[in-house]
Design a protein around this ligand. Sequence first.
Ligand SMILES: *Cc1c(COP(=O)(O)O)cnc(C)c1O
Length: 375
Amino acid sequence: MVNIPLSKPEISEEDITAVNQVLRSGQLAFGSVQRRFEEQFAQFCDVDHALAVSSGTAALHLAVELSGIKEGDEVIVSPFSFIASSNVVLYQNAKPVFVDIEEETFGIDPALIPAAISEKTKAILPTHVFGHPCKIEEISSLCKQNSLSLIEDNCESLGSSIVSNNGVKKAGQFGDYVAYGFYPNKLMTTGEGGMLVLKDAAQLERATALRNQGRGTMKGLHLIHEILGYNYRLSDIQSALGLSQLSRLTDTIVKRDRIVSKYNELFNDVSGVQIPKSLDSYNPAWFVYCIRVSEKRRDPLIKFLADAGIQTRPYFYPPIHLQPFYRQRFGTQPENFPVAEKVSKEIIALPFFNQLTEDQIEQVVAAVREGLKRL
Ligand SMILES: *Cc1c(COP(=O)(O)O)cnc(C)c1O
């Protein structure tokens, strides 16, 4: 029996050396490594300002707070995302308004957004899922037309881009605020960690204060808390790992692209399996490798693969509006968002990480083929 995990971080000797250097330096937090990590990350993303924070959720929360969202406001979010992208709206006592997704990118369907915009709408918070950008150009236009803030949840699609008449633009270059996360299953990791990207230089100071208990950064005074803030800081130990991982992110994306091609090639003649789509004008940076099978076969196939030593997972199941907490609080029901619900019942994420070998890919595909034959 094989033993192939769903995901595995890649930690190199260089990563370990970089972390050890910080440990030996005695400067474990608020040092120059964090600042370098922020600068280089901003450079990689082609943006002006990046602020290292303790998680992707912290980045999303700061984005929502910085866009001035408060009690009574509404924010348009995707039901087909990680729960954090909707929870952060609740942290501000505002209301997440779900809009269904489209099947090409699994992102919010721009055509359905106008009907969801009300007097109370303040922002749209779309998620780029699985490594493939959502239809962000159309969403960005809608934000401009309606004077709404745009907050991109780009925790899963760091490094992906979109080709249009205006040239190539990265996911994460559209939003007023963009959130990134560095949990160990992401394209790059800091253990736990995240990054907030923002457009407005004037807000950088406020964001920096919010990250550190509301401490002012101006007067060089310590322990002067000017606003209500949080502890959303990232250490230099984590930043060192991030900086080292970032330095080979371009290679990582290429590596993962090769794995996707190999999977796709082998699944070519397996009937009953839909491989991940990549639209013509998009360059994904794959975060997970998800196939679709019929709803009826999905869970039995997951079980069959688990028995064969292959770890897989449904993704995102159930969608956010059907999570117990949301059903209880908002009374949401199945069939409110048919596309998200359908997709979430058909998707299986297969083992996908940098070190996955061709042999292992072949074993996974053979097991899926065998499983589908028996079910
Ligand atoms: C990973 C992820 C986050 C952030 O997660 P943290 O665990 O808080 O770092 C947010 N949104 C999406 C879509 C994610 O995949």
